[in-house]
Write a protein that binds this ligand. Structure first.
Ligand SMILES: *Cc1c(COP(=O)(O)O)cnc(C)c1O
Length: 357
């Protein structure tokens, strides 16, 4: 059997969820969109459900997969519905629904629903992606109440730069949000992972942690709260071939690596078809036989090469951690000029093995 595997530590997932609640003192929707950032939404939801206040996903398709697996907790659709015809299922399955645009508000007014809806009314406080304009916010709130179809409204917005602790725009977004919700007696929700970790002054009855649940820091620099997270996913494989090369020998496609010294090269069963980033260059960290080493040459579809020159004990069969508890996914992401979010979401083909139930 091909040795490539992603191990998922459910105990670490629960630890990170509890940390989000502890740091915020708020109720927390575990964000498990995009198959829980590649970690498997159903298994992650089942592991968290006994203690979770609820979940958040990107679409009704993702929500119905959770309901079909028996998840009873609240599930929020972060972009609401994409067409009004989804409202019947949203009511039937008691899903919570974001309203981010006036067209969605009008659709609710014009559509029959059989059960009252829980709406999260989204304000554009400065990110300028989705969300209602501050001048429309109060009226939208009143219209939702007047529609007779809504039993509960939560006020929400989303940060554009909460991962930059120095950025002033986050404080500005908080001020815009506070001014837009003045006079509205409703719960509110602002904080994503960087918001939970670094912006305690943001009002929040509810927080929406995503990346932090999976144990990766949303920050580029070190951060004392992010240091308390536990990585959940370990992407591992094994060395399947070893060769000794003299100095001056090219390795892999495009001869992007030429050995500067006599080099012992290990080939690992892992490639970009598994989601390992093809843009990771020579020097990207790996752990082999318990020691840190590095990638060399280009990543190919099913294999990649690593330097074993200083790890003489490594041989065919030696375990390799591509990212996990020792090699942080955010470190690999930085080398590949991307973010851990994308590193996790790109995972495919490798079987997921769960432990720590
Ligand atoms: C994805 C998402 C989150 C989670 O963001 P993280 O940075 O992963 O914590 C929170 N809120 C909304 C609206 C989202 O779309």
């Amino acid at each position: 059997m091909r040795p490539a595997r992603a191990l998922i530590d459910l105990q670490a997932l629960r630890h990170n969820y509890r940390l989000a609640r502890e740091l915020s003192g708020a109720k927390a929707l575990a964000v498990i969109k995009a198959d829980a950032y590649g970690h498997g939404a159903v298994r992650c939801a089942l592991a968290l459900e006994p203690e979770a206040d609820g979940f958040a996903v990107a679409s009704i398709e993702e929500a119905l997969e959770l309901r079909a697996a028996g998840i009873k907790a609240p599930i929020l659709l972060l972009e609401g519905f994409f067409e009004a015809s989804e409202l019947a299922l949203i009511a039937e399955h008691s899903l919570w629904c974001v309203v981010h645009s006036l067209w969605q508000l009008e659709a609710i007014e014009q559509t029959q629903v059989h059960k009252p809806l829980t709406i999260w009314l989204k304000l554009d406080s400065g990110m300028h992606r989705v969300g209602l304009h501050p001048k429309d916010y109060h009226e939208a709130y009143e219209r939702l109440l007047a529609s007779g179809k809504v039993s509960r409204i939560v006020l929400m917005s989303h940060f554009a730069r909460a991962d930059e602790p120095q950025a002033e725009t986050t404080a500005e977004q908080i001020a815009v949000f506070n001014s837009a919700r003045e006079g509205l007696a409703a719960e509110c929700s602002l904080r994503n992972s960087p918001g939970v970790l670094a912006w305690p002054q943001a009002p929040s009855d509810w927080v929406r942690p995503g990346i932090m649940l999976y144990g990766a820091s949303p920050f580029e620099a070190e951060h004392p709260q992010a240091a308390r997270l536990q990585p959940v996913m370990t992407l591992q494989s094994r060395v399947i071939s070893v060769r000794e090369l003299p100095a001056g020998a090219p390795v892999g496609y495009g001869a992007k690596f030429i050995s500067p010294r006599p080099t012992r090269v290990g080939v690992v069963a892992m490639g970009y078809a598994d989601g390992y980033p093809r843009h990771a260059p020579t020097g990207t960290p790996v752990l082999v036989a318990g020691k840190r080493s590095q990638l060399i040459g280009r990543v190919s579809m099913d294999m990649l090469c690593i330097d074993l020159t200083d790890v003489p004990e490594a041989n065919v069969g030696s375990p390799v951690e591509l990212w996990g508890k020792h090699v942080l996914a955010s470190d690999v992401a930085m080398h590949a000029a991307t973010i851990p979010y994308q590193i996790f979401c790109n995972l495919r083909r490798v079987p997921l093995d769960y432990y720590g139930e």
